[in-house]
Every structure is written in C-alpha cells, then in structure tokens.
Design a binder for this molecule. Structure first.
Ligand code: AHR
Length: 358
C-alpha cells in the first residue's frame, strides 16, 4: 500500500511537469504573435514594403561595359560615368573591354549572373549582340545602350542614349565647304579639293554614320564635283594609328591632300605629327577637321594646327543614371535619347577652352 502511494505521487509529478512544458511552447508562440516588439514590427513592415513595391529607396546596381581607353574622349566618358554613378548613389560594376567584343559579352554575362538591376554598354561594333541581349531580357534585366548602336532588334534593349553621328559627319563637311568659300581657297594641285579621311573603328555604328553623313553632305552641295575623296582608311580612333595611316597617305600624295577629315580628335592629333614630319603646315596646307572637341583639339586649334572640332559629348553620365533610375522605378522612357552638340572653329577655340570639361 505504501509502495502504491509512492508510485502514484511520482506519476502525478510527471504529469504536472509534462503539462508545464507543453504550456511553455504554446505560450511563447502565442505571445510573439499577439504582441510583437515595436522594433521587430517596424523592421518587418519596412522590408516588406521595399520588396513588394520594388522600392525607390533600394540601392540600384548598374553594370557598365566600356569599350576601352582608346581616346581622350573615351577616358573622359569613363570618368563621367564613374562620377555620375557616385553622385546618384548608384553602385557601379565597371568593366573595360579593351577594344574586344568578346570581353564586353563576358562582362554582360557576369552582370546577368550577379543580378544587377540595369546593364549599360557602348557596343564596340554594331553586330553580334542578339544572343547576349536576349539573355539579359530573359533574366529580366533592362539594357541601356550608350553612344554607339547595335543592329539587333530594338525590343532587346530599353533605350539608346546617343548623339546624331550622321549630323556630326555632315557638320564636318559643311563647315569645310563654308570655310573654303569664305577664305576663297583653291586646291593645292589640279582643280579639285582632295580629301583624306581617317575613319573610326571598323564595324562601329558611329564610325559608319560619321562617314555616311560626311559623304552625303558632299553629294548634297551643288558643286560636289569640286571635291574628291582621295584616301579613306580606318585609324581605329587612336593617335598612333592616325599618325601611321596619315604617313602612308602622305607618302602617296603629300602634294595633293587639301583636306583631312578625322573621325575623332586623337586621329587628327596623330596625323598632325605626320603632316609636320612631312614638312607641311597642318591647318594651313591641309585643312583639318575632327570630331569630339576634346581639350587636345582645342589646344591644336589655338596653335593654328587644326581648323575646326565638331562636338561629340562624353558627358552623358548623369543622363544615364537618371534613365536607369526611371527604368527601375517602372517609368516609361523614350526608345532613343539624343544629346546636344556644337561646332567649334579655331577662331573661338581660345575663348571656349576654359569652358571645356573634357
Ligand atoms: O564612339 C565614339 C567615338 O569613340 C569617339 O569619337 C572616339 O573618340 C571614341 O573612341
């Protein structure tokens, strides 16, 4: 009987302990759901807002695949994009493709893999982008082209921030045409003005458009037969190649070239060295016009070695960041966003140089 009493009391203690433990589990769960702490309540509401609305205060990451650093213009463009990203509070993943399309494609694929919010790039050449652009689209990452264009279907990217390269080429020729008339210039030999052209990167949209714009403008003047394109070859947008190609032009026709149209400043500056080495006066014996209007061209104009620079601005960094923010916020943006540009003849170079930012 004594033993039975002891067994019953042990059993009773065990039942009490078990029910206390069960109550503790339920109690803590119901407490947490009934009265959350103020701090956990605030955190959960703010994090659910930002993920459900795609929030405007979320820090945007932009992957940018640059062409390289072939020119003064390109260096200025890289600096402007980095500065603008920082000013806009955008995290920039920057890649320099060193003039190779395959490097740009690799960079874009790595941006996709790291799930950036927006991808932007300046396509080295116009063709060969369809697959990687489709991959970005499939991943739901919007793409903004800058400067140069692509031949791919426009549905594969959201917008293109660019200048009118056809107009740049046309502006270059029209300025030369007006200058020749105004100064009463005559050809150095024969009765036509012989033109040498240093073209940009083969296959790049801007190079093709500048050349087309220049040639179309010649064809559009009534005395088009006064002009003859004697030489036209790529100088790859670099100073070294511009010099080398100009040397070969001069070897075949130093006494014939009246006009040099260089599709960027760096090639013009390289060509100026070749022209001087050949014993000629750049800007006098040969009229020289280039595109970009960077400080190097302004200095050459001030020294009387170049006649005109057609502007192609690299300063679209702020516009790129603003456009990226709009796209991430779900706003509509135009399919093409054009930037403004000017024309700077040598006679205003000294006055304009202090205003130049690149
Ligand atoms: O695509 C723009 C061109 O590329 C610029 O005129 C040139 O300087 C650059 O390298």
């Amino acid at each position: 009987m004594k033993l039975l009493k002891k067994l019953l009391s042990v059993l009773l203690v065990l039942v009490m302990l078990f029910s206390l433990a069960a109550c503790g589990e339920n109690g803590s769960a119901s407490n947490s759901s009934a009265s959350p702490s103020p701090s956990s309540s605030a955190n959960s509401s703010s994090s659910s807002n930002s993920s459900s609305t795609g929030s405007s205060d979320k820090k945007i990451t932009l992957g940018f695949a640059q062409v390289g650093s072939e020119s003064e213009w390109r260096t200025a463009n890289t600096e402007d994009i980095k500065r603008a990203a920082e000013a806009a509070g955008i995290t920039l993943q920057f890649s320099d493709a060193q003039q190779k399309q395959e490097n740009q494609i690799k960079a874009i694929r790595s941006f996709i893999a790291s799930e950036v919010d927006v991808i932007s790039f300046c396509p080295i050449v116009a063709t060969g982008w369809d697959t990687v652009l489709q991959e970005a689209k499939d991943a739901g990452i919007p793409v903004i082209l800058v400067d140069r264009g692509v031949s791919a279907d426009p549905s594969l990217y959201v917008t293109h921030i660019c200048a009118d390269a056809l107009a740049e080429g046309a502006n270059a020729f029209n300025w030369i045409h007006g200058y020749i008339k105004e100064k009463g210039k005559t050809p150095r030999s024969g009765d036509v003005f012989n033109i040498a052209i240093l073209e940009g990167t083969v296959g790049s949209s801007v190079a093709a458009d500048r050349l087309k714009g220049f040639k179309d403008a010649i064809a559009a003047v009534e005395d088009a037969d006064k002009y003859n394109i004697l030489f036209s070859q790529t100088g790859e947008y670099t100073r070294a190649k511009g010099k080398e190609v100009m040397e070969s032009f001069l070897k075949s026709g130093a006494d014939k070239i009246d006009i040099l149209f260089a599709a960027n400043d760096d090639m013009a500056l390289g060509a100026i060295q070749a022209i001087e080495a050949a014993g000629l006066k750049p800007g006098e014996d040969i009229i020289i016009v280039s595109i970009d209007a960077a400080k190097g061209a302004f200095n050459a104009m001030i020294e009387g070695k170049m006649n005109c620079a057609v502007e192609h601005t690299p300063n679209f960094g702020d516009l790129l960041m603003e456009t990226a923010k709009k796209i991430v916020a779900g706003e509509e943006v135009p399919s093409k966003i054009m930037v403004e540009e000017g024309i700077f003849p040598a006679d205003i170079a000294a006055q304009e140089l202090p205003n130049r930012t690149y």
